[in-house]
Ligand binder design. Sequence first.
Ligand code: ZN
Length: 433
Amino acid sequence: MKFPISLLAIALASLMAAPLQAKDKPKNVILLVVDGMGPVYTSAYRYFADDPATKQVESTVIDELVVGTASTYPDADRGVITDSAAAATALSSGIKSYNGAIGVDRNHKPVQTMLEMAKAKGKRTGIAVTSQIVHATPAAFIAHNDSRKNYNAIADAYFDERIDGKFKADVMLGGGWDYFIRPDRNLVEEFTTEGYQYIDDMAQLGQLQQDQPVLGLFAKVGLPWALDMQGQPRLKALTQAAVSQLENRKGYFLLVEASQVDWAGHANDIAAAMAEMADFVDTLEWLKEYVESRKDTLLVVTADHSTGGLSMGAGNEYLWRPDMIKSLEASPDSLALLAMEQAPGQRAELIASALGLSPSQAQSAAIAQAEDSQALSAAIKLMIDEATHTGWTTHGHSGVDVPVLATGVGAEQFAGFQDNTDIAKKLINMINR
Ligand SMILES: [Zn+2]
């Protein structure tokens, strides 16, 4: 007898809708957002990091963990290019909104976020980022505001808004003391009065008291470029400290953000971009090992959008040569500040030595005539773009799909193509069960 198709369909549908088995339910969820990391950044990083001594181009930890892609468009009638706020709201709540929205829907109504749901479930929650902690991505997981620009109001919300009387985030690590220590309000004092430990130096990360919430602010606004912090602790150190503070019997939700790949993209700065990618990869390697050494944690990594319209190859030449930026010890911004202290005639020499060029190769009208460090930085970046054959199409975002990486308990659910809101819905389903 043939099995009636309709019955088969119902049986299949009910199987698919059946609640996930406990083995698919992670106790701990870590979401790592790499702001601005379109797929070209992961390809570029592979060639940038490649060992020139071997003929083969070695794959990276990103390549090992990639399972799918995601579309990122904002609320339907707002076009196809998202900003970080709408994308972070989509990732935190599963709801699309307008560009600029922090944890609110298209009608400006607050939407519940996965961090808030985790807190309501009695889990610990945290954020570890390289931007200011009130920047769009982390803000859209903790606060609800009409505009990402309202940094002070967002900082206030971190203290004022509670879930069942509890603070929303147990661990907050990143930059931004400007928004917390203000003439009108000292939120650091308010948090410490309520039992938070406060640190403002990354060297103190190893001295944190366990089982006590923590606010750590390590810069006025965002952290300096990774390229200007070589040899110093950065995102990996923040992530390790956050994980060690968050581990507990009931589990945790942690948002990590490699915030500044996006900033490098906006600045059309390939040197800074690759250093931010390296900082992210350093963090990812540690997280992969951490998650895969246990049987109760899920790691999902994605980007909110791509930035800068980065292109490997430019000017019709079939070349991309990142060699020059491998040995850079300072960002073009810092290099420009340093060079501005020299007489105009001496600038080219300093820049040439930093880039491994002969002084005559670094002679250009733009460098000699730059009136301020910003103009000089732009001239240096242009010189690097020409030498590496790097192209950019915009100082804003682009609409390309982004990579999705996953490992650990339930990772298989993130395979294939999905929308950024689907990523959120899957994670929320896991957190809420
Ligand atoms: Zn951006």
